[in-house]
Design a protein. Structure first.
Length: 219
């Protein structure tokens, strides 16, 4: 219990700013998960869930007595959503590994027109509902929080399905996430978003190339 208490309260002090170690560690798990995801390693989902659990406690600032004392319910809620989608992704990738190549649990491909028509209205509805729910809960910055929450859900689902576009969705999430997190004082998370922004461009190029080679092979 003493070790757990230390882990929950341990801080890094940079000038007058206090940063929780679990925010740093949680984001490192998130970045590791992204790297494994780009390499199509099944372990990406397990590593991601651990990071989600840590960051959930970070973004409920007032509940878990973090230095920021700001509740970003969308950020906290998306950790729960990430965990749920990660279970779906883990099941899907493991199933594909058994049925096809264990080293290629997902085949990167672009969404079809039918898939876009199906996904777009659901995404818009999800965003609208998220905004009103987060606003009602008293989330700090509900519009930006809903954008990040919706985009994160869409991107994680897209990764599980092997959609190349999911990398582009992450860029849209990062564009809103960095200013929000800096303003709220969650500096390690904002820094991860910046690093992740550069990384997703790399991932997008890599998955695009894999999709292109697959199409050429079929042709």
């Amino acid at each position: 219990m003493r070790l757990l208490h230390w882990f929950f309260t341990a801080e890094i002090h940079i000038g007058s700013k206090a940063i929780l170690w679990r925010e740093v560690i949680g984001n490192l798990f998130g970045l590791t998960s992204a790297v494994l995801g780009m390499r199509r390693q099944v372990g990406t989902w397990i590593i991601g869930i651990i990071g989600n659990a840590l960051l959930f406690t970070v973004f409920l600032g007032a509940v878990f007595q973090t230095p920021q004392h700001k509740d970003l319910y969308g950020q906290a809620g998306r950790q729960v959503l990430f965990a749920a989608l990660s279970i779906f992704g883990l099941y899907t990738w493991r199933k594909n590994s058994v049925q096809s190549n264990p080293h290629r649990p997902v085949v990167p491909h672009w969404t079809t027109t039918v898939e876009k028509i199906q996904i777009l209205p659901i995404t818009v509805l999800f965003f609208i509902l998220s905004y009103y729910v987060l606003k009602a809960l008293g989330s700090w910055g509900p519009m930006a929080d809903a954008w990040i929450f919706t985009g994160s859900a869409l991107a994680t689902y897209g990764m599980a399905r092997g959609y190349v576009e999911f990398w582009l969705v992450w860029i849209a999430v990062d564009a809103v996430g960095v200013p929000l997190l800096v303003k709220a004082g969650y500096y390690p998370s904002a820094a991860l978003y910046l690093i992740y922004g550069a990384f997703v461009i790399w991932g997008f190029i890599a998955w695009s190339a894999l999709s292109h080679r697959r199409l050429n092979h079929i042709a």
